[in-house]
Design a protein around this ligand. Structure first.
Ligand SMILES: Cc1ncc(COP(=O)(O)O)c(C=O)c1O
Length: 397
């Protein structure tokens, strides 16, 4: 067995240095807790960045993966499997009909959604190719999805980028209205911005965006890779806004940690794709679909109601902490169990201090502490995290 120092050295020697990693070596998990190789216990309020929706070691998920692995891990999409048909049926039912496609990651889900929107619009007019995205968005790391990502730092050095993308402030309907026209192929937005700093748009925003897209025949793509899969207390975050997109993209928690991505499109938009237009070797393989089925089965109305209640309690506790440190905590934002706390200072040292105290949290956009814990988290576990934050934050304020 390697020591931690040997693992850090091997990583520095062998792994592409693209991650700014924290210096712990994780070993295993149980519920909302993870343990490092020294046996130290951490309460995990990052959940693999919104992935471990059922926590670690959830029996129904573990059993589904183990028994599917014994039966068949992979087979080609040239053939049918019952697990894939079941997963697609469950997702389409939640979307209210339409067609599902499975890939392996969020970026891939968005890449497929962009392709489908382009093909659909191309059938109307070759000139209908513009895709309007939001500043501070995050859609992935492939060339098309980093171009859709409205953050120049992710794009620098990778040009020439695919054409046709433009950007607008998230939540600003008037600005969007000025940009959409007959040549707009799609408006692509996160329902709640995650990496950009947990931004929730005004309540009437998406109703107006939906009507605008309808007026110009533009495809509305909502990226729910971080905000979907029950995270807000509803299966899709767009349900809070009383609208439905033409395409929704999912990944992260959809299979509870087994790599998966998906897009779901209305029948009308999906009809633009025919055999050969898109594909994936691994996408929707039996192992990933068995895991997705377990996650989808777990997300009952009671489960979702619990996310809403625990999320509201957690937000209340964060607001109480803000009231104690108003000069340090600028704002508490979010819905359900995607919550952000904007600070007046950078947050990385706070994340490190929390790690020392046995809590895993994350900082995004430089100064926003982001909380996306497993959706099974309880109020008592939330109190445990709050005890750490109440000890750590005053030290940095
Ligand atoms: C909203 C959103 N879209 C897309 C992605 C990209 O997903 P992946 O890293 O699985 O490609 C992420 C990842 O953080 C995300 O938060």
């Amino acid at each position: 067995m390697k020591t931690n120092e040997q693992i850090y050295a091997a990583d520095a020697r062998d792994y592409l240095p693209v991650f700014a990693r924290y210096k712990i070596v994780l070993d295993h998990g149980d519920g909302v807790y993870v343990y490092d190789t020294q046996g130290k216990k951490y309460i995990d309020f990052l959940g693999g960045i919104a992935v471990n929706v059922l926590g670690h070691g959830y029996p129904a998920l573990v059993d589904a993966v183990a028994s599917q692995a014994k039966k068949m891990i992979h087979c080609s999409n040239l053939y049918y499997t019952e697990v894939q048909a079941d997963a697609a049926e469950k997702l389409a039912k939640r979307f209210g009909g339409g067609k599902v496609f499975f890939g392996n990651s969020g970026a891939e889900a968005n890449e497929g959604a962009i392709k489908l929107a382009r093909k659909y619009a191309h059938n109307i007019s070759e000139k209908k190719s513009g895709i309007i995205c939001a500043w501070h968005s995050f859609h992935g790391r492939t060339l098309a999805t980093l171009t859709a990502t409205g953050q120049p730092k992710y794009q620098e050095g990778f040009g020439p980028l695919p054409g046709g993308f433009s950007y607008v402030d998230f939540g600003d309907y008037d600005a969007l209205e000025k940009m959409v026209n007959e040549k707009t192929c799609a408006v692509m937005l996160e329902t709640i911005q995650g990496e950009g700093g947990v931004h929730v748009p005004p309540p009437d925003y998406f109703k107006k965006v939906r009507a605008l897209c309808d007026r110009y025949g533009a495809v509305l793509i909502l990226d729910e890779i971080q905000s979907g899969m029950g995270r807000t207390g509803k299966f899709f975050a767009f349900e809070h806004f009383g609208i439905k997109p033409d395409i929704v993209t999912l990944a992260k928690g959809l299979a509870g940690g087994v790599p998966i991505g998906a897009f779901v499109a209305t029948d009308k938009v999906a009809s633009a794709f025919h055999a050969g237009d898109h594909g994936s070797t691994f996408g929707g393989n039996p192992l990933a679909c068995a895991a997705a089925n377990a996650v989808l089965d777990a997300m009952t109305p009671d489960f979702l109601a619990n996310v809403e209640t625990t999320g509201a309690y957690f937000k209340e506790r964060l607001l109480e902490l803000q009231a104690k440190l108003p000069w340090f905590v600028k704002e508490v934002r979010g819905t359900g169990l995607i919550l952000g706390m904007e600070l007046t200072k950078e947050g990385r040292d706070i994340v490190n201090a929390c790690l020392e105290e046995g809590a895993i949290i994350n900082c995004t956009a430089g100064n926003v502490l982001r909380f996306v814990p497993p959706l099974i988290v309880t109020k008592a576990e939330t109190d445990e995290l709050m005890n750490v934050l109440e000890r750590v934050l005053p030290r940095f304020s």
